[in-house]
Design a protein around this ligand. Structure first.
Ligand SMILES: C[S@@+](CC[C@H](N)C(=O)[O-])C[C@H]1O[C@@H](n2cnc3c(N)ncnc32)[C@H](O)[C@@H]1O
Length: 266
């Protein structure tokens, strides 16, 4: 037995010799990533999907239960490869794909064309350890098959998965329940915390309008129409200013801070 294992190991090493050489010369990663792996995967996937079809169908049959209150299902496929799982997703599902290998794109496009029942959103070229182009709490489901065994930092990936998933809370019977269970007031607080410039804009608008109306009586000899125009311009200016600051703040939070200050989005 030991001799058989030794002979088999030796045979594998001899067969893999050219790969070791390419790796030693620093060429393997490029060749493997660009040429070999996507073509290899697309061939393997067809066979693998045939073998696994019933399991995948069962595994993905409950996806729609995780749809948002509006009924839409936003799904992120992490390490999407050639898009092998698309055909198992429910109709209308909005799919965002993440993979660090840009060479999968043409296979993805083919898979999208073959699976018109899903709604393809975008292909993000990124490693799962840093999916900063994907916003916090924007996904109902994250799918990841045959990926975590070959990544550099599983813990970091799971943190990122948690970040992009829509927050849910545990109900008393230990079932995950969607955030529609959240009370109106706490939802308002959470949304205000996420986009603070919206309540600031509304509060500023109300203040300017109230002050304008209060001053209406004491406007001395100013014409009513002029007074109302001034009030409207001031209120509008406040709202536009708050919206602009909100957009700049989101850009900073989503793109600049994670990229340049190495801080995960909150
Ligand atoms: C074996 S393939 C699986 C593809 C697909 N999920 C499937 O089930 O057919 C592994 C995929 O994970 C991707 N991958 C490798 N490292 C990754 C990482 N750090 N983050 C996300 N994806 C990664 C690879 O580019 C490749 O597409």
């Amino acid at each position: 037995m030991a001799l058989t294992i030794f002979i088999l190991q030796l045979a594998v090493r001899i067969l893999a010799c050219p790969l070791y050489l390419l790796n030693f010369l620093g060429l393997w990663k490029g060749i493997c990533k660009k040429c070999f792996f996507p073509f290899f995967l697309v061939r393997c996937t067809a066979t693998y999907n045939k073998q696994m079809a019933s399991h995948k169908r069962e595994l993905f049959s409950s996806l729609q239960e995780h749809a948002s209150p509006s009924g839409e299902l936003s799904l992120l496929e992490l390490g999407c490869g050639t898009g092998a799982n698309f055909k198992f997703y429910p109709p209308g599902c909005r799919v965002t794909c993440v993979d660090p290998n840009p060479n999968f794109e043409k296979f993805l496009i083919k898979s999208i064309a073959e699976n018109r029942h899903v709604q393809f959103e975008r292909f993000v070229v990124a490693a799962g350890e840093d999916m900063h182009p994907v916003a916090d709490g924007s996904m109902d489901v994250v799918v990841c098959t045959l990926v975590l065994c070959s990544v550099e930092n599983q813990e970091r990936i799971l943190q990122e998965v948690r970040r992009v998933l829509r927050p849910r809370k545990m109900s008393s019977d230990n079932q995950w329940s969607a955030d529609e269970d959240e009370g109106q007031f706490s939802r308002l607080i959470r949304k205000s915390r996420d986009s603070p410039f919206v309540p600031v804009g509304i509060a500023g608008f109300m203040t300017v309008v109230s002050y304008g109306l209060y001053k209406l009586k004491n406007r001395r000899n100013q014409k009513m129409s002029i007074h109302l125009i001034h009030m409207r311009v001031a209120a509008q200016g406040f709202v536009v200013g708050a919206v602009t600051l909100g957009v700049l703040y989101s850009m900073y939070k989503d793109y600049i801070r994670p990229r340049f200050f190495n801080v995960s989005k909150k």
